[in-house]
Design a protein around this ligand. Sequence first.
Ligand SMILES: C[S@@+](CC[C@H](N)C(=O)[O-])C[C@H]1O[C@@H](n2cnc3c(N)ncnc32)[C@H](O)[C@@H]1O
Length: 201
Amino acid sequence: MDFEQLNNLKGFMPSHEGLALTKWAEEFSHYGPVLEIGTFGAKSTLYIAAGSSIHNQLVYTIDHHSGSEEHQLGEDYFDPEIYDEKLGRVNTVPLMQANLQQFDESKWIVPIIANANSIAPSWKIELGLLFIDGSHTEISAMNDYDNWNSKLHSKGALVIHDIYEKSEHGGQAPYLIYQKALTEGFQLHERVDTIVCLTHS
Ligand SMILES: C[S@@+](CC[C@H](N)C(=O)[O-])C[C@H]1O[C@@H](n2cnc3c(N)ncnc32)[C@H](O)[C@@H]1O
């Protein structure tokens, strides 16, 4: 993996947290494939694949590709490059494709264009690592945690991004599901800045 090239991609994964993802993906894909909620341009997905490909494991990555609340027209993270005039909405599929085709590790990545809530009820594959980086509304983050944490292998890891203890530093939804996980049998394995890795206690 060319990490310098990867770090230059458009996305929401700084390199120090991305490298933690790579390390955890290598460690926990020993127990099964990885599933990510929130592909965007597949920057985090590629960090994961750099680790999980060592065990020949796939990375399933789910996104409806219409963007989260903060990516919409007029919102804080709106970016005209990911707005499709013909569709009249955000569409991050072309960005994902352009990013994936630059890296050999893409052969381990399986993009799923869907709402994560719709896929969960029929998902049967036991996961080595679950990475939650979808919408940061409280209801969406809770759905991601509630719908998916039971899909993990007993020795697998739950990784959550954008943990901010104080609301003045960032949205609280990821922090709330982190707290919930700690009351439901998970314990902190490691943390790097705003990204946490939990395992079953
Ligand atoms: C913060 S971005 C993900 C950033 C990405 N992991 C990266 O490294 O750049 C969140 C993504 O979650 C997606 N999303 C939000 N709610 C979703 C849902 N219910 N199902 C699938 N994708 C969702 C949005 O479309 C958006 O692309």
